[in-house]
Ligand binder design. Structure first.
Ligand code: HEC
Ligand code: HEC
Ligand code: HEC
Ligand code: HEC
Ligand code: HEC
Length: 206
């Protein structure tokens, strides 16, 4: 199954109710009683959006200038809240429009990026996010096994909670005197050797 079809088939799996409940924690930061906090956070969001669409920053320009620094950094929304598949399946997956709307049906409508989001929602279209990390088809990778082994997302993806635009963080390792970049075979092998995980060819290849 391709990443795109998985992405769209997961569109309806997160009930709005759960989204709204989890939103309470975040939204309480923006409770009506704290007008000052609300103005400040909107400014932060506005700044985040400008940075997220800055072509000079690494990372591709996405259909919506979505900022991890704002969502996972400032508002501390859990990675797994949006990447629901990560601990259960091969794929981490990106959140459905519905997951976003669990919060943004209620607030943020004055922000340009959120208005674009609502357009996708109204037109019932999935957002075609540009994928950044991608292995060739002949390689097996399972997020759940790595998460179960206690590895943080940041071990492999870098400090995503500080990124306005997600990008591939360079990470060069050496295996048997040969250099390997992130996502290359040597990168996987180096950690598997260090952590005593299998380096059998069939562990990673079909
Ligand atoms: C758990 C709640 C929550 C969820 C889920 C959520 N957001 Fe947000 N988002 C926020 C908060 C809080 C702000 C700041 C709003 C403000 O300052 O008025 C924000 C701001 C934004 C902004 C404006 C600032 C910026 O960085 O561009 C955009 C665009 C945005 N969100 C897009 C999304 C998208 C796309 C999704 C789904 C992938 C999503 N949000 C999911 C809470 C959430
Ligand atoms: C509010 C929802 C939300 C939260 C919380 C969130 N993400 Fe994301 N994430 C997204 C969306 C939407 C995309 C696709 C757009 C993009 O690349 O920015 C994405 C993309 C990514 C990608 C790139 C995927 C690819 O294409 O290769 C990584 C890696 C990632 N997130 C890791 C994390 C980590 C680590 C955390 C916690 C620190 C986190 N995310 C928290 C919504 C979220
Ligand atoms: C052991 C390293 C490792 C860890 C730990 C890890 N990832 Fe990944 N991630 C990868 C690799 C490798 C890919 C490319 C997978 C592919 O193409 O099949 C990827 C792809 C992704 C993608 C885009 C493709 C997809 O599977 O949907 C997202 C989103 C993502 N990771 C988020 C996360 C989040 C969130 C966490 C923590 C809960 C996490 N990752 C933990 C290595 C890792
Ligand atoms: C930062 C360390 C780290 C990196 C990088 C890493 N892995 Fe792993 N991987 C592990 C650990 C630890 C396990 C063992 C988990 C267990 O015992 O269940 C594992 C297990 C696996 C498994 C499951 C084995 C099984 O028995 O089902 C596969 C498949 C796998 N890794 C593929 C990859 C691929 C492909 C890459 C590179 C794209 C990679 N890994 C990168 C640490 C890593
Ligand atoms: C821990 C995971 C892992 C193990 C174990 C592993 N590989 Fe790989 N292999 C990868 C990844 C990831 C790629 C794709 C990235 C790249 O080409 O470097 C790859 C690519 C390759 C390629 C290149 C294919 C191409 O398109 O050029 C060959 C050939 C290969 N592996 C053979 C092997 C053999 C033979 C073994 C056993 C001695 C092995 N691999 C063990 C992860 C692994």
């Amino acid at each position: 199954m391709s990443w795109r079809s998985l992405h769209s088939s997961r569109r309806n799996t997160v009930p709005v109710l759960i989204a709204s409940l989890a939103c309470l924690g975040v939204c309480s930061l923006l409770s009506p009683g704290s007008a000052a906090a609300q103005i400040k956070s909107s400014e932060a969001a506005f700044e985040a959006q400008k940075l997220a669409s800055d072509p000079a920053l690494p990372g591709p320009e996405q259909p919506i200038p979505f900022s991890h620094a704002l969502h996972a950094g400032t508002y501390k929304i859990e990675c797994l809240y949006c990447h629901t598949g990560t601990d259960r399946s091969r794929m981490a997956g990106v959140p459905s429009v519905q997951t976003c709307m669990g919060c943004h049906a209620q607030f943020g409508g004055d922000l340009e990026g959120v208005q674009t989001l609502k357009k996708f929602w109204d037109e019932k279209k999935p957002i075609e996010w540009i994928q950044i990390h991608r292995l060739p088809e002949h390689v097996k990778f399972r997020h759940n096994r790595h998460v179960a082994a206690g590895l943080d997302c940041q071990t492999c993806h870098g400090p995503v909670q500080q990124m306005h635009k997600v990008h591939l963080v360079p990470d060069r390792v050496w295996v048997n005197g040969m250099p390997a970049q992130k996502l290359e075979m040597g990168w996987c092998i180096q950690c598997h050797e260090a952590k005593k995980a299998s380096i059998d060819c069939l562990t990673c290849h079909y």
